[in-house]
Design a protein around this ligand. Structure first.
Ligand code: NAP
Ligand code: G4F
Length: 343
């Protein structure tokens, strides 16, 4: 039977928004996606996935209450996935007020609109493992105490608790997914995995000379975005609204991620030097191809993330298809074969 559900995705031009749109279209949803007006084209991810013509676009900004109210009223969707955010942690240190306005107040604007327009709309909030920050427990689960380490983490913690508050106060079907880092070929170039894979592939092809990185000892729990958008849908289609951790359950340092990517690209390499003087040498070419740049360190770092996603695995039967090795293979394959796409 044809699915008659309608979903509204905020942030559809981003990594997760694009994969979620594809996932929902494959389930026969009618998909609306929000777009911020800008000077340049933003649809390359949706074009790469071959779905740009299947999505209905609406002008939208989380900073503008009357615009949010009009969009939600006009579409009156069954489900809203709020993926829109200023999502880059370093930018949150340089633009803390804008980050808070979008990521924190923007979510109250949306929740309050749902309350006033149609309380039956189901709501997904993109919470984050950045809220654990200086981790108070290893591994982190839904009950672990939060200790955010960036304006981004603090802003997301505000919206996390706002989502819980609207659920408990007004009985909204509102869920927060506490998602750990998830990557893909469609990841923005500013994030470390994409930066590493893209640059090392270019260095291998002789198109780039050297990759500059910050703190390569930080450890992250990395999964594939395709698996994580399915978790969002499972949450909104469960019997009760609850919050869930979504993670791979494994942690890997940025240094180890680099080494796996180098292996995948068939480099022969050697690390030399310590700390800030650490460099990586391409042994076949006898050239330095990675250097540390202190400017890329953050004012406060999240040193270690590792999630425990037993709750979503047990209750909603979430079952990821990718591991870190297959994620890296997918990202490397994309860089080698799809260089005309730019995200
Ligand atoms: P992303 O690629 O950076 O996409 C963010 C989206 O938000 C873009 O479509 C962007 O639109 C939109 N946006 C930014 N400011 C907006 C505003 N003021 N009004 C409306 N839209 C706005 O992020 P992502 O990696 O897909 O992540 C999706 C969500 O999950 C974000 O909320 C992020 O914080 C959260 N999250 C991500 C991860 C992860 O590892 N990827 C983990 C946990 C949580 P433009 O195209 O106009 O810039
Ligand atoms: O890839 P990143 O920028 O991701 P980060 O800061 O963990 O945030 C991402 O994941 C969060 C979930 O935990 C999301 F909520 C958030 O929206 C975003 O998607 O950095 C990962 C690590 C950091 O420890 C950083 O210091 O890599 C380290 N790093 C080292 N050199 C670098 C670099 N990060 C970036 N972006 N660029 C570097 O050159």
């Amino acid at each position: 039977m044809k699915n008659t559900k309608t979903a509204l995705i905020t942030g559809i031009t981003g990594q997760d928004g694009s994969y979620l749109a594809k996932f929902l279209l494959d389930k026969n949803y009618t998909v609306y996606g929000t777009v911020r007006r800008g000077a340049s084209e933003k649809f390359s991810r949706l074009e790469f996935l071959g779905i740009k013509d299947k999505v209905k676009f609406v002008d939208f900004d989380l900073l503008e209450l009357s615009n949010i109210q009009q969009v939600v009223k006009d579409i009156n969707p069954n489900e809203i996935y709020n993926l829109a955010a200023q999502s880059f942690v370093p930018t949150s240190f340089s633009l803390p007020i804008l980050t808070s306005d979008i990521n924190a107040l923007g979510v109250v604007r949306l929740l309050d609109t749902i309350l006033n327009v149609n309380k039956d709309i189901r709501f997904y909030q993109a919470s984050t493992s950045e809220m654990f920050g200086k981790v108070q427990e290893v591994p982190q689960n839904e009950l672990t105490r939060f200790y955010p380490r960036s304006p981004y983490g603090v802003s997301k913690l505000f919206s996390h608790y706002m989502t819980i508050n609207y659920r408990e106060s007004y009985d909204l079907f509102a869920c927060s997914g506490i998602l750990f880092n998830h990557e893909s070929p469609l990841r923005g170039y500013e994030f470390v995995t994409k930066k590493i894979v893209s640059s090392l592939a270019k260095i291998k092809q002789g198109k780039e000379e050297c990759l500059y990185l910050g703190n390569i000892e930080a450890q992250r729990d990395w999964g594939h975005a395709k698996d994580y958008v399915e978790a969002m849908w499972l949450m909104l289609n469960a019997d009760t609204p609850e919050d869930y951790v979504v993670s791979s359950g494994k942690t890997t340092s940025v240094r180890e991620f680099i080494e796996k990517t180098l292996d995948c690209l068939d480099f022969e390499y050697e690390w030399t030097g310590e700390g800030i003087n650490n460099t990586l040498i391409d042994k076949r070419e006898n050239k330095v191809i990675i250097k540390i740049d202190k400017k890329l360190y953050r004012p406060a770092e999240v040193d270690l993330l590792i999630g425990d996603s037993s709750k979503i695995i047990d209750r909603l039967k979430w079952s990821p298809n990718y591991n870190l090795n297959t994620l890296i293979e997918d990202m490397v394959d994309f860089e080698i074969n799809n260089s005309k796409f730019n995200f």
